[in-house]
Design a protein around this ligand. Structure first.
Ligand SMILES: [Zn+2]
Ligand SMILES: [Zn+2]
Length: 157
């Protein structure tokens, strides 16, 4: 008998067994999804920008601030002056410079942003006296050019 098989029985699941069962489809799709996800993860790791950590983000830097009344507090770095957390007077960033003879000196700085990086525009070595930033900050005792200490993240020249 070469007659084609009948599928009159509604409870016969022969049609599922003929090809790929739904369960097999699901596992196939799941396997494909996992493969695609793995490829995407690999691609994302390959496509990561090569200039990571070259650009410092001033807002990421927990910095020292000093207000005109002498209060010191910690806050994120900013190009703009902050308000003192204690007395609301204007506070400026305080960073450290080192004189080879006289040691570490804390100096207030004001910054501006230029080409997506911060540049020191003004320094205050003596309280209340601001001067234009030149090539370097000079020691108030001997006039030697001081070097920025490692605690000074805004100076990398
Ligand atoms: Zn204050
Ligand atoms: Zn000095």
């Amino acid at each position: 008998m070469m007659s084609s098989p009948t599928t009159s029985d509604p409870f016969d699941n022969e049609s599922f067994e003929r090809g790929i069962t739904p369960t097999q489809w699901y596992s196939l799709i799941a396997a494909l999804a996992v493969s695609v996800a793995l490829v995407l993860i690999w691609w994302a790791s390959q496509a990561a920008p090569p200039t990571v950590a070259v650009q410092r983000q001033i807002h990421d830097l927990e910095s020292r601030w000093r207000c005109t009344n002498g209060h010191v507090f910690q806050a994120a770095g900013s190009v703009l002056p902050r308000k003192c957390k204690t007395c609301t007077a204007t506070a400026d960033l305080e960073v450290s410079y080192t004189c080879t003879v006289h040691g570490v000196r804390d100096v207030l700085v004001r910054l501006e942003q230029e080409d997506f990086r911060e540049r020191i525009t003004h320094v205050s070595v003596h309280p209340g006296i601001w001067q234009q930033m030149t090539k370097s900050v000079h020691c108030p005792k001997c006039g030697r050019a001081m070097t920025p200490s490692s605690l000074n993240p805004f100076e990398d020249r």
